[in-house]
Structures are given as structure tokens and as C-alpha cells.
Design a protein around this ligand. Structure first.
Ligand SMILES: C[S@@+](CC[C@H](N)C(=O)[O-])C[C@H]1O[C@@H](n2cnc3c(N)ncnc32)[C@H](O)[C@@H]1O
Length: 330
């Protein structure tokens, strides 16, 4: 193989130069010989001492757990390309055929992603009023509590006890950007507070309701963790408090059932205020059914509505999308 031999004290300067010329061969290790350094190169280059020499192969750092996982080749194509990371916990969705290899898959994730300390597989769909799922421990620490960082805030939570999706971070930032200083916000299905804590940085007051006592416990902790005082956690069914609050902005992040709470949301918004509605839809009919329901409830309450934005947020099942509709209520 070809190498460029240079004196040790010039080595760093020449390494950068070889990189710029795109001749440095990164697949091999640089050699050290007495007072000289020898760089592996892809082709001859003018102005240097070139020698013929053998180099040791460089160890490449794997980028994906799929490069190191030990499973039979016939099930390899079933490996998911991605997984969720919540704080230092990874949650992966495995097809049934891969469950027997869960431990190996978990260990491969821990090997490649040093900041991950625990790996779990999804053990069920998201179910019940609290919107949580069962988890199967695969590797690392058998712990489900962690601190997740997103949009400049820290959220402590237990992935086995509360709902949380890191995939909504962009959507939350979008709502944050729309929020005006001094607003009153009503987060009807607050969870551990990813919207509430973030929006509290602009809003005057955020009412944050949730039925799940664990969600409210973590929301209280997250207020302290983020030094936020203008969030009012409310433990209980949102139906009991809706109507007593009059907000400039209402967030309805309960996509599966939000349509059942439109009356409560509209009764809690000031005239001219905005509702951020979330739902699930088939790709062939993304917004129509939801909009129909919104108009129906508005009519019942003698209110007017005007859609200001509608968008797909993310796919959640084959042909199904999590959608959002923002509308003003007069
Ligand atoms: C999809 S999660 C969203 C949580 C949070 N907004 C987030 O982005 O992580 C919906 C939340 O609504 C809560 N919930 C469900 N039904 C409720 C109700 N009737 N009243 C209040 N909270 C409810 C659940 O406990 C769950 O934490």
C-alpha cells in the first residue's frame, strides 16, 4: 500500500492537507515509526515522500445496532431501522418473529448507543384512558424512569406509567411559536407536561389537566425541574373543569378520543381563541370527518369556527395518520 512519510512535528498540518486533497485513506490506521508518521493514502500525491508499506485495518465504529446484532440471517430483514429514545431508555417495536432474539437486539443497541442504559420492547398497543402500553425488558438496567430533554426543557417521567412520545417534539415547538406572550393556555390532556412546561415560558398561566395521577406527579416535579411556576396541575377528568376556565389557547392532545371532548374545549375558549385539535385519520379522508364534527358541535353551542391550519403530523399505522387541525372559535 502507499503511504506518505512525514516528520512527527509536521504530521497534524499535513494530515489536514491530505484530508483537503481527499487522498487520506480512512479505512487504515496511521503508522508511527520513530520520529515519523506514515499516512495511508488512496493515490500518489505530489510534494511528499511516498513509500510502499502495509497498514493495519482501522476499526469502523458501527452507526446502527443492525451492524453488530447477532441473530439468524433469515430474520435479519425484519429488524426495525429505528426506535424511540426517551432520556436514556430505548423502546423498540419488534415483530413477533424477533421477540426470541430480544436480548441480543437490546444488547446490540446498548453497544452502539453508549448513552442508552435500558432497552425495552413494546409489549402492547397504547391502551386505556391513561394511554400507556406494556413494556418488555430486553437489556441493560430494568428501570423505566428517566429524564428526557426536548425543546430546551427537561421532562422526568416513567415510560411504563405515563404516556410520552418524543416524536411530537417538533409539533410542540410549532405550538410554542404560535403562542403569544401573556396568554392563558388550557392543556386539556397534559401528561407530564411537554406542552404545558414549554408554553409556560410565554404564557401568563397554563392550566394542565390529566386523569392519570402519575402524570400529575411528574408534572409537579417537572415544574420544579424547569423552575416554572405558572403551570396549574389539575388531577381529574377534564369534563369536571372544562367551562370553568376561559383560555386564549386550548390543546387537545388525545387523538383517539378528542372528538368526544369538543364541547368541553369550545366551552373553555374565549371568543377569538384558538383550539389545537388532534385526531387519527385514514389517509383517504384526513380532515373532512373531523371538520364536520367540529362544525356540528360549534353549531350546537351557537359558536362560529374558522380553520386556520390543518396538517399531517406523523403516520401511526398503515394508511393512518395523526393529524392536527387548528381553528379559531368566535
Ligand atoms: C396522548 S396523551 C398526551 C399527553 C401529553 N399531552 C403529551 O404530549 O405527552 C393523553 C393524556 O390524556 C389523559 N386523559 C385521558 N382522558 C382524560 C380525561 N377525560 N381527562 C383528563 N385527562 C385525560 C391521559 O391520562 C394521557 O396522559
Amino acid at each position: 500500500m502507499l503511504g506518505v512519510k512525514v516528520p512527527k512535528k509536521e504530521a497534524e498540518k499535513i494530515r489536514k492537507h491530505l484530508l483537503e486533497l481527499n487522498v487520506l485513506n480512512n479505512n487504515f490506521k496511521i503508522k508511527h515509526q520513530d520520529e515519523f508518521v506514515i499516512f495511508p493514502i488512496k493515490k500518489r500525491v505530489e510534494g511528499f515522500e511516498i513509500i510502499e508499506i502495509t497498514f493495519e485495518k482501522a476499526m469502523k465504529r458501527p452507526h446502527s445496532y443492525r451492524e453488530v446484532v447477532k441473530i439468524p440471517s433469515e430474520v435479519y430483514p425484519l429488524l426495525p431501522s429505528s426506535f424511540d429514545i426517551i432520556g436514556d431508555i430505548a423502546i423498540i417495536e419488534l415483530p413477533e418473529e424477533l421477540i426470541p432474539y430480544g436480548k441480543n437486539i437490546g444488547e446490540a443497541i446498548l453497544t452502539v448507543h453508549k448513552h442508552i442504559k435500558a432497552v425495552f420492547a413494546k409489549g402492547s398497543k397504547i391502551v386505556g384512558e391513561y394511554r400507556v402500553r406494556e413494556l418488555i425488558h430486553l437489556a441493560g438496567e430494568n428501570r423505566t424512569e428517566s429524564i428526557h430533554r426536548e425543546n430546551g426543557i427537561r421532562l422526568k417521567l416513567d415510560v411504563a406509567k405515563v404516556y410520552f412520545s418524543p416524536r411530537l417534539a417538533t409539533e410542540r415547538m410549532r405550538i410554542f411559536k404560535k403562542t403569544q406572550d401573556g396568554e392563558i393556555v388550557f392543556d386539556m390532556f397534559a401528561g407530564v407536561g411537554p406542552y404545558s412546561i414549554l408554553l409556560a415560558k410565554k404564557a401568563k398561566l397554563v392550566f394542565a389537566c390529566d386523569l392519570n395521577p402519575w402524570a400529575i406527579k411528574y408534572l409537579e416535579e417537572n415544574k420544579k425541574l424547569n423552575k416554572v411556576e405558572n403551570v396549574i396541575p389539575i388531577l381529574g377528568d377534564v369534563r369536571k373543569v372544562a367551562g370553568q376556565i376561559k383560555a386564549d389557547r386550548v390543546i387537545m392532545n388525545l387523538p383517539k378520543f378528542a372528538h368526544q371532548f369538543l364541547k368541553e374545549a369550545m366551552n373553555s375558549v374565549k371568543s377569538g381563541g384558538v383550539i389545537h385539535y388532534y385526531g387519527f385519520s385514514h389517509e383517504k379522508n384526513l380532515f373532512k370527518e373531523h371538520e364536520k364534527k367540529i362544525k356540528e358541535i360549534a353549531k350546537e353551542l351557537g359558536r362560529e369556527v374558522k380553520t386556520i391550519d390543518q396538517r399531517k403530523i406523523r403516520p401511526y399505522a398503515p394508511y393512518q395518520f395523526n393529524i392536527a387541525i387548528d381553528f379559531i372559535v368566535f
